[in-house]
Design a protein around this ligand. Structure first.
Ligand SMILES: [Zn+2]
Length: 243
């Protein structure tokens, strides 16, 4: 196994574990977990935006000419997944917590996590630096995602055992996607890899702005804006460190 393959597998497993930790937190103390998750959500939103705009997009521009189109496509793909497959949405508000929970929602969450895993594979295939940034962005948003999803499933009156099974499958989808990517990203031509990276950037922009930031607005705590900006600065400085 090469170092790159090892990094892909390890970081996707960490992302899967992050989802499970989210579930554990909710089961341990839902109130505390929900009250504090917004800090992590703010940080993750900043990380995802900065990773997309400062690293993924500039890097894809170097190997592909159709970057703007593919960023838009990535945004659209995730919009469709989150909007049509996942009928449950991240929402800490009790009133909107109970949506009709269908098998489709669960499939949507699993597909989302699968694509997160493939994104890690694509990132590391472009370069180890891009891989690390992609992995950080995936890992950090998986935890709040696991937390929010579990909380919604709990309010939809699903049995704990069932929630655990759902959470485990969604968590496993990330390493599964990453391992699958090992088989095909190697053979991709550079410009196609660039387009795939641009799709990842678009998906991160969607998740940050349409899934995470609305949560921040809802919490109405001023500190969250500072945390989001801190997330951006953190990625900016990390980029300086790597170059
Ligand atoms: Zn995700």
């Amino acid at each position: 196994m090469t170092d790159i393959q090892f990094s892909i597998i390890i970081s996707s497993i960490i992302a899967g574990i992050a989802t499970i930790i989210g579930t554990i937190f909710i089961f341990a103390n839902e109130k505390i977990a929900k009250n504090n998750s917004v800090y992590l959500i703010s940080f993750a939103a900043g990380i995802m935006l900065a990773t997309s705009f400062l690293h993924l997009i500039p890097e894809s521009l170097e190997i592909s000419e159709k970057v703007p189109f593919f960023v838009l496509l990535g945004f659209l793909i995730f919009y469709l997944i989150q909007n049509y497959l996942i009928t449950i949405h991240p929402c800490s508000d009790e009133h909107c917590a109970v949506h009709n929970l269908s098998t489709m929602s669960f499939i949507g969450l699993a597909v989302h996590s699968l694509l997160d895993g493939i994104a890690i594979g694509i990132g590391f295939e472009v370069s180890s630096t891009i891989g690390i940034f992609t992995a950080i962005a995936v890992i950090l948003h998986e935890l709040p995602e696991g937390l929010i999803t579990t909380s919604i499933l709990l309010h939809a009156n699903l049995q704990r055992k069932r929630i655990w099974i759902y959470s485990l499958i969604v968590a496993l989808a990330t390493p599964f996607g990453a391992i699958t990517s090992l088989f095909f990203v190697k053979n991709l031509q550079p410009h196609i890899l660039g387009n795939a990276l641009a799709i990842t950037a678009g998906s991160f922009i969607y998740l940050a702005s349409a899934d995470l930031i609305p949560e921040i607005h809802r919490s109405k705590r001023k500190i969250n804006s500072a945390i989001l900006i801190f997330g951006i600065i953190f990625i900016f400085l990390l980029g300086k460190l790597f170059h």
